[in-house]
Design a protein around this ligand. Sequence first.
Ligand code: PMP
Ligand code: GLU
Length: 407
Amino acid sequence: MKIKDNKREEIERISSRVRELSSSATLAMSQRSAELKAAGIDVINMSVGEPDFHTPDFIKKAAKTAIDENYSLYTPVAGYMSLREAISAKLKRENGLEYSPQQIVVGNGAKQELSNVILATINPGDEMIIPIPAWVSYMEMVKLAEGRVIEVMTEEENDFKLTAAQLRTAITPRTRMVMLNSPSNPTGAVYTREELQALADVIAEHPQIIVLTDDIYEHINFVGGVHSIAECDNVHNQTVVINGVSKAYAMTGWRIGYMAGPLEIAKAVTKLQGQTTSGASSIAQKAAEAAYRGPQDRVQAMREAFERRSRLIVELAHGIPGWRVRKPHGAFYLFPNVESYIGKHCGDRKIESSADYVMYLLEEAHVACVDGEAFGCPGYMRLSYATSDENIREAMRRIAEASRKLG
Ligand code: PMP
Ligand code: GLU
């Protein structure tokens, strides 16, 4: 009865825009795992993807200094000029990219800037090409902007990377945007410079298309450095780069990210931000500035830890019967194929999908992961290995044990 009333109230009070939005599966699973933990169950959380390290001390110190120096007023909508200058210098130093501070807008995480760029450029009915599997929020952001998501299923054999031929086939006169994310969440795939150039050559033939490249995992790669499509001269002016401090500096809770791109898009995003959230937190911005200007050795140390853990989890995953595992080249996720468990039973319980298998692992093994369905890719699951070696070993032991019970 209560549920029925809630349903009616939802229809009466909540906009169709939000009713039709899916909740973030990554955040929902993490919340579920926290609830089970609070109830006294020893859950290992491999669902949400965030570094398990502490923010480096010199960054925390910069934030404390900012408080003492009274950085307490509203910030400029696009972010402090000093931070945008530091980002501009970072893009030049680390990526060889030229962006003036005026072409950069700082916001509450990469997530807000992704959403802002999409809202600022997509008209109702415009198409956005998203290579699948893809991070859970891209599709929903496009839906909010009343755009059409064009999902292009990539091939596991091509390490889940979009090919120039697939891109060419997906483009229509309504295509407005192409999404790229390398290193990829959830697959850990990394595009080579040549692969990016091949995609750029297709995009350059369509000047109305914008490429949105989410480079948030750039420093977490195991291939000696990554490239962004923004480096390709023929699409530089069609590209918007998204990045932030969450992953590189273990600052997920500080909420600072940015976009860098054509001036008119930066201005449009600033206008939108000025009417919605205003500028991001003053303290967090001063901390982010310190992160970009300060020593970078902690970034390297964290990268090395993630690489070691990636080797550990791949080795252990090979020991789980029926999993098909690829080696991740970046980010901190393993994305095994778990299809062989579909149709298996444990007592009365039948595993009908990878989502069922993930739920079974949560309940039976007390390990929280995210199903491939959330990333548009049923038959797979995502494990975040941004956790201790000890947790990785124990989680994989439990998963193997629970999986063996399925027959
Ligand atoms: N893009 C990807 C691919 C991510 O995994 C995340 C992490 N949630 C984000 C963007 C958002 O990062 P931020 O914390 O900067 O909002
Ligand atoms: N990037 C992380 C993940 O995919 C954080 C959670 C989120 O914002 O989706 O798990």
